[in-house]
Design a protein around this ligand. Structure first.
Ligand code: 4AZ
Length: 221
């Protein structure tokens, strides 16, 4: 996130992260994700483009705030299953959604590889949050023309002077909205955009509402 702020510890209890497991890149951040029940996380399909969708390569961390400090509430799990949306095609941004089933076995927290990661790219060490506004379909189409489909929504900063945006490392993570009742809804999954924090280039998110039947079918309820 660019232009965001530190989240509160435990403030977004459904926030999860897909990280590399084993090898020298242990712990390296792959993508953000959202815990949608006790076994499944929602993320974007393009998260598995680079290293493939073999479950042994990844682990899922939940409850994290400071990526380098093992904290009381954080937990890591092995990955049991990765289900990419069947209509997702690599190199397209459409249908950019995946479900990951987390194993019941907690795995060990690895910290070694993270120092490597820190040297490679300057991701924030603490979980960030930012407030953005969802734009109309017409505004998104104006900016992205036919790349923008019915499976997407776009959102950006409402203040020109303090622009905030999602960026590399945020992919797969949630765009959430609060209902008047106070409950929160996963509205979007961070997917793509033309650069980050560029004026007139809102971030593009997978529109979760278009996938509710598929999600229910996969997670079996
Ligand atoms: C990325 O590279 C990325 N501002 C994520 C979000 C956006 C752009 C790029 C949207 O993962």
């Amino acid at each position: 996130i660019i232009g965001g702020e530190n989240s509160l510890r435990g403030g977004w209890p459904w926030q999860a992260a897909v990280r590399m497991r084993g090898s020298q890149a242990d712990g390296r951040l792959v993508c953000g994700a959202t815990l949608i029940n006790s076994c499944w996380i929602l993320t974007s399909a393009h998260c598995f483009k680079r290293y493939g969708n073999s479950t042994g390569l990844y682990k899922v961390r939940v409850g994290d705030y400071h990526s380098l400090v093992p904290e009381e509430y954080e937990e890591e799990y092995a990955v049991e299953k990765i289900v990419l949306h069947p209509r997702y095609i690599a190199d397209s941004n459409d249908y950019d959604l995946a479900l990951v089933r987390v194993s019941g076995h907690r795995s060990h927290r690895g910290v070694t590889g993270e120092c490597v990661m820190l040297n490679r790219r300057a991701y924030s060490k603490t979980l960030q949050q930012a407030s953005i506004s969802v734009l109309s379909k017409r505004q998104c189409e104006q900016r992205y023309s036919d790349q923008f489909t019915n499976r997407m929504l776009c959102a950006g900063s409402s203040h020109d002077d303090r622009r905030v945006d999602s960026c590399r490392g945020d992919s797969g993570g949630p765009l959430v909205c609060e209902r008047p009742s106070g409950s929160w809804v996963v509205y979007g999954v961070t997917s793509w955009g033309h650069a980050c924090r560029l004026q007139d280039a809102p971030g593009v998110y997978t529109k979760v509402s278009a996938f509710v039947p598929w999600i229910k079918k996969v997670i079996g309820q």
